[in-house]
Design a protein around this ligand. Sequence first.
Ligand SMILES: O=C(O)C(=O)C[C@@H](O)[C@H](O)[C@H](O)COP(=O)(O)O
Ligand code: ZN
Length: 354
Amino acid sequence: MEIVNVELKSRSYPIFIGTGLLQDAASLLKPWIKGKAMIVTDQNVELLYGQTLPASFTENGMTIHMQPMPPGETTKTMDHAMELYTAALKAGMDRRSCIIALGGGVIGDLAGFVAATYMRGIDFIQIPTSLLAQVDSSVGGKVAVDHPMAKNIIGAFHQPKAVIADISVLKTLPKRELSAGLAEVIKYGAGLDEVFFYWLEQHISDIMSLDEAALAYAVKRSCQIKAGIVQSDETENGKRALLNFGHTFGHAIEVEAGYGAYLHGEAVSIGMVYAARLANIMGLTDKSYTERLIKLLKAASLPVEPPGITMRQLLPAMYHDKKVADGKLTFILPTGIGQTGIFSDIPENLLLKL
Ligand SMILES: O=C(O)C(=O)C[C@@H](O)[C@H](O)[C@H](O)COP(=O)(O)O
Ligand SMILES: [Zn+2]
């Protein structure tokens, strides 16, 4: 087992990364569970791990309550949050209680949002079961639900107390979900770490064939990169926005196509290609950047073509992006392999050329 620490003073926490960690989750988590615990999961994950995790808790003498939710992005709503508040009240959860998210990004974001707001905030633990959640959404404390007009628009920063990333669970992940997670992994390489981008180019087929060592390294390196950024800018006043590479376009695609039509990582993949093309038009990168990015995304079986929605149709949703300031769009654009910058006030006519 490896541990990546997210150093945030009193809010610091470990990310445990290894194989077979789920069976032993309760003993790993003992230091953080003081009262009742509610496991929020989705119905697919419940079928796979709905026995293993509760068993580990009962063996350790802990009281837990299991709360399965429907799978998919359409579950990330205030209505579903309300269901969880009701479940928490009925289970007698108090300020010493803790919410455990067992699932992918949707479950982590929703359960985290409920943990951030129930009784003005209770403890929260992330047990991510998708690649996307292990490398990205379980780390950094962004929790939220969606609004029909804008993704993740109602939320909070609420750091987990601990994260357990069990690599073995990735073996049962549908291929489409594996690819969606790889979009965020590729984002770290293409946007923040040239050496990692090169490593991904060399090892993408190992990852696609679920080689354990390659998966474990990809998860660890992604968490290290994300931890580094979050430590320096926890609440996104500057540098953390770089983690949003591909997301202004990506979120607009998710909204316009209807939540769930594209997985988040698929939309981010197309969004990174748009961002790379925009950077090229603006003279920030040469064509080879876009070519290498597209080649890697395709090797990860990710979509790279425009989504059948015009840029004009995407624009209104892009204006709801959280990076908009004074009514002006802000984009994270590449300036070279492993490098990105924050660019404001991009004229619409440039976007309409994409
Ligand atoms: O953690 C971050 O910061 C990120 O931007 C990571 C993103 O991959 C993630 O999708 C995040 O939830 C997007 O945040 P948002 O603030 O654009 O909603
Ligand atoms: Zn993302």
